[in-house]
Ligand binder design. Sequence first.
Ligand code: 8X3
Length: 250
Amino acid sequence: MDIRPVAVVTGASSGIGEASARALAGAGFRVICAARRGDKLQALAAEIGGEVAVTDITSDESVAALAAIAGPSVALLFNNAGGALGQEPVADADIADWQRMFDLNVVGTGRVTKALLPAIKAAAGTIIFTTSTAAEAPYEGGAAYCGAKAAERSLAGALRLELNGTPVRVCEVSPGMVWTDEFSLTRFKGNQAKADAVYAGVDHPLSAADIAECVRWIATQPAHVVIERLVVRPVAQAANHKVFRGQLWA
Ligand code: 8X3
C-alpha cells in the first residue's frame, strides 16, 4: 500500500512542472503527472515513482478523469499548466491567442481546482498556483498574458478567502524571468531567435529547478504557515522592465 501523500502537478510535461514533480517526489509525495502530452509524462512518472494522467485542462471530461485518478485525498495541487501566446501590441493582437491564454491560465486552472477541491479538503491540503510577475503590472505586448495572470491571481485570492475556516492553504509562486525549453519558444510560436532574444545577455535567468525548489519549500511549510505569494526573479531583473544584460559574476 502506497501511503505517500498525493500531489497533482499540471503542466508536468516540461519546464517548471516537470522540475517540480521531481522536487515533490523527492519530498515524499506520490506525484500525479498531468499534461496533454502523455509520451513526455511516461519517463518522468517512471523516474519519480509517480503516475501519468493525460489531461487537457480545457475539457470537463478530461479533468473529471484526472480527479478520478487522483482519488479521494489530494494533499497538494500544483496548478502550473498555462503559459503565454504572442507578444503583439493590442493593435495587432491575435484574439484566438487571447482566448487560449484565458482558457488555460484562468478557466482551465479554475476547472481543475473546482474538480479537485473535495479531495483537497479531505486531505487538509495545499493549492499552489504558478502566476507570474506579469501579474504585477502590464507591459507592452502583454495585455492578455498580464491580464490572464492577474485573473489567476484573483482566483487564488478569492479561493483563499472562501476557504478561510478550513485548514486548506492557498499559495502562489510568482516567477519573473525563467529560462525553460518551451515557455518563450511557445510564446513566439517556434521562432527560436525571438525566444532567445528575451534572455540575451542575461547572466543567469532563473531555471525551472529554481522555481521547483520554491514550490517544494512552500508545500513543506508547517501546516499552519501559508506562503500567500512568493515573488521570485533572477538578480539581473529588478522589475519587468529593468533587466541588466551583462556579466554579473566573474
Ligand atoms: C513569465 C514572465 O516576464 O515573460 O511569466 O511575463 S514574463
